[in-house]
Design a protein around this ligand. Structure first.
Ligand SMILES: [Zn+2]
Length: 99
C-alpha cells in the first residue's frame, strides 16, 4: 500500500489519462492547453495568467500564446454558442428562387 497512489487514482477529464490533476480535473498538460484556450477566448476571469497580470497586459499575454502556439484551439471547442441550435432551422441545401 502506497499512499501516493491516491494522487494517481483519478482520470483527466479531457484526455482520460490517469495522473495528478488540478482543481479543474485536468492533468498538467491539459491544464496548460486549457489555460491557452481561455486566453485565446479572452476568458480572463478563468485564466491564471490574467490573474497574475494587470489588465493592460492581458492582450499582450494572449498574443504571446498565439505567436507561440498558434490561434487554433487546443482543448476547448472553437466557439461555444450560448443557445443550442439543433433540429429546427433552415432545411439544408434547399434554395427556392422565385424568378
Ligand atoms: Zn489530460
Amino acid at each position: 500500500m502506497r499512499e501516493e497512489w491516491e494522487l494517481w487514482d483519478r482520470q483527466c477529464s479531457a484526455c482520460e489519462r490517469y495522473g495528478p490533476l488540478d482543481d479543474m480535473q485536468l492533468c498538467q498538460e491539459c491544464g496548460e492547453k486549457m489555460e491557452r484556450d481561455l486566453l485565446r477566448l479572452r476568458e480572463w476571469d478563468y485564466t491564471a495568467t490574467a490573474f497574475g497580470l494587470p489588465p493592460e497586459r492581458w492582450e499582450e499575454a494572449r498574443q504571446a500564446v498565439i505567436t507561440e502556439y498558434g490561434a487554433a484551439m487546443e482543448l476547448l471547442e472553437p466557439s461555444q454558442p450560448k443557445t443550442k441550435k439543433k433540429g429546427r432551422g433552415r432545411p439544408p441545401g434547399q434554395l427556392h428562387r422565385g424568378g
